[in-house]
Design a protein around this ligand. Structure first.
Ligand SMILES: [Zn+2]
Length: 239
């Protein structure tokens, strides 16, 4: 499997570290190349709560770069969308199609936009649903069809069909990855998001322990050690 190009989409800085970063770290360790698109500027993730802050956004960008480097991600693109205000639009899809045609991944990783209520315990953030929906449409069919955003092709990009899609935070997992070797790397990357960690109980360590137990239980059900789960879609099976 080594040698693949993997493009992951993170709606907010820290989403991948909270969900599927150990799989990415594992695949990089095995010889794949990984790239990350971060949708929003994270500006609503500040301590001050109600306000949108440029300072928060700058801090979060730096934290994301450090976390990505720890997971072995080669390049990070920040789309700079306003945190909490993402809408599915043609303009957004153009941005995403451009990234897909630029990175030309073998595997795309994104949040499952069909998840509205997750495990009866979390209302999936609207930004996740909006960006995830836009990304799926950007993947199939837009990035692979020359009739969409032809101005990008005039500028030297080529159409690209991504063969494999992996969705995280999904109610319909069908693919599991043993991350026993790299789960701690994901948590190390999560700790880079200090501005967020310090707002969580026990400065985020409680959440990490909760996530470790969750990875253990997902793994146990699959006869693995620690595991992450995805909904896997192969493009040639899409009608
Ligand atoms: Zn998020």
């Amino acid at each position: 499997m080594a040698g693949r190009r993997i493009l992951a989409l993170s709606t907010h800085p820290d989403d991948v570290e909270l969900t599927c970063g150990a799989s990415i770290a594992r695949w990089v360790a095995e010889g794949d190349a990984a790239f990350l698109i971060v949708g929003t500027d994270g500006s609503r993730g500040g301590k001050e709560g109600a306000s949108v802050s440029d300072q928060t956004s700058r801090v979060r960008r730096q934290e994301q770069l450090e976390a990505a480097a720890l997971m072995g991600i080669e390049d990070v693109v920040f789309l700079g969308l306003e945190d909490g205000a993402v809408e599915d639009s043609r303009e957004l899809r153009a941005l995403l199609v451009e990234q897909i045609r630029t990175f030309r991944p073998d595997v795309a990783i994104a949040t499952d936009p069909t998840t509205l209520i997750y495990h009866d315990s979390y209302v999936n953030h609207r930004d996740h649903r909006m960006l995830g929906t836009a990304f799926l449409d950007a993947l199939y069919p837009e990035a692979s069809n020359a009739a969409y955003f032809p101005e990008q092709l005039a500028n030297g990009l080529r159409v690209h069909k991504v063969p494999e899609l992996l969705l995280y935070v999904t109610e319909s997992p069908n693919y599991w990855v043993d991350v026993s070797e790299t789960l701690d790397k994901r948590f190390e990357a999560l700790r880079c998001h200090a501005s967020q960690m310090q707002q969580w109980p026990q400065k985020g360590e409680e959440l990490i322990e909760q996530q470790r137990r969750r990875a253990a239980s997902i793994g146990a059900a699959q006869r693995m050690g620690f595991a992450e789960e995805f909904r896997r879609i192969l493009a040639d099976q899409l009608s």
